[in-house]
Design a protein. Structure first.
Length: 234
């Protein structure tokens, strides 16, 4: 059973919290929230169990509203869909800017991979250096996220420095070994991210990270394949 204090804590657990039933039509609010870049959470309240019915009864008593969805912004109840849309600025350049910056960040990977194929083998060092920098960057994202979560587990901080250590080790090794280590680091980190709770990263960012990871890993492996017949020059 969820008491009122736990319900209020749940309502304030993200910038926007949407309580809804399994059949609620959100009218595209979920997509607009994703595009806005806001940290938001959807909480489904099914009526199939006595616990869910009790939770809904407490929610109705707390808000005075008898229907779903019920939406909270920064822990404050604002109403249903119409009231929420009137108060939420759900458009903005941030996700678009993040996408463009992310895709532009793949250009040095592409240039480095092509450079190893068509230029001197030492360009593999440039590719490895950029890969190590970006791998460190994606780990640091989670350090910043953990700092803004009051109840963040210590493991979040420990894990966030791991990509930087992997990148450092990869740079100390011959490029023929370092490039696949970097590629494996990107893959392993994306798997780790995927296993984190759904409210840690916005869905749009998860999708972007998957695409960018594929691009980075592909470039690193292309560069590595180019080195195979040139091991004496790498």
């Amino acid at each position: 059973m969820t008491d009122d204090s736990e319900l209020r804590k749940l309502a304030g657990s993200a910038d926007v919290v949407v309580f809804h039933s399994p059949v609620t039509d959100l009218g595209g609010l979920d997509e607009r929230l994703e595009q806005s870049g806001r940290h938001w959470k959807a909480i489904e309240m099914g009526m199939g169990s006595s616990e869910s019915r009790e939770q809904f009864a407490r929610l109705k008593a707390m808000t005075g509203r008898s229907t779903l969805p019920q939406i909270f912004v920064n822990g404050r109840f604002v109403g249903g869909l119409r009231q929420a849309e009137a108060q939420l600025p759900l458009t903005g350049p941030y996700p678009s800017a993040a996408g463009w910056m992310g895709y532009l960040g793949l250009l040095p990977f592409l240039a480095g991979a092509l450079g190893v194929w068509f230029g001197p083998a030492w360009l593999a060092g440039w590719l490895a250096a950029y890969g190590a920098v970006i791998l460190s960057f994606v780990g640091a994202i989670h350090w910043g996220l953990a700092m803004h979560r009051p109840a963040a587990a210590p493991e979040a901080f420990y894990a966030s420095v791991t990509p930087a250590l992997v990148g450092w080790v990869a740079l100390l090794l011959p490029r023929l070994i370092g490039l696949p280590i970097l590629a494996a680091g990107f893959i392993a980190w994306r798997i780790w991210e995927h296993r984190q709770p759904g409210d840690v990263l916005p869905r749009w960012f998860r999708r972007l990270r998957t695409v960018l990871t594929i691009g980075a890993v592909s470039a690193l492996l292309i560069g590595w394949f180019a080195l195979l017949p040139l091991t004496g020059r790498a």
